[in-house]
Write a protein that binds this ligand. Sequence first.
Ligand code: ZN
Length: 258
Amino acid sequence: MPTTRHLGELRAPQLAAALTPDSIVVQPLGAFEQHGPHLPFNTDLLIAERVAEAAVERIGEALDAWLLPPLAYTKSNEHAWSPGTIWLSASTLLAVLDDIGRCIATTPARRLVFLNGHGGNSALLGVANRELRLHHGLMTFLAHPGLPPDQGGSSPPDELGMGIHGGTDETSLMLHLAPDTVDMSLATRNVPEWLAGNRYVRFGGPVGFGWLSDDFGPDGHIGDPTGATAAHGRDKFDAAVQAFTEALAEIAEFEFRR
Ligand SMILES: [Zn+2]
């Protein structure tokens, strides 16, 4: 048996022998988008890739889990105003995900897990989960390295639940994973405090709203990166790897009971 858990490193006969109906295929999703003045474009990509790799390295052999290469371009049109952001439209990404599902369905593997590093993809991935189940008979799952605060996740209290893009946690993760690409001298607080008091219309509130990242000022990040540290980033990373490892174990056992 091969020692790698990266499907791309297998030769065709190896892949044919390796994948079984119990196999779990993990597709990390990143983004190529502006992350404020202090973080690089590949922030979401790097976080998703590293968390997926670490978790599959830890438990892949035990669970028969395998890694696909990360999808670097996804649905980042909330940052379309920022030169250099490369984004796929919702219909394009849905079609890409459907094509990936169709191809996975040519193998014996039946479990496909999206590990999504970019909050702007989540709603579409929820749609894709059902489309792929219907079209290709796959069991589909959506996990995040960290659930965004506007989707039920948390962010440090200072950010008033609005550390959703380039804030404390994400900046800390990058200080841990790729410190040379972070410029903390450019990190500024940008928390839309006017939104925090709303009972209904707020991030994660009962009334959602469409937004673009420049609706909250010209810098492009939303949150407070000023208190970010590599030590906090290491804690967040370890917690994310642990959570995804545990989630994969549950996914391996998951069955519908009809
Ligand atoms: Zn991000």
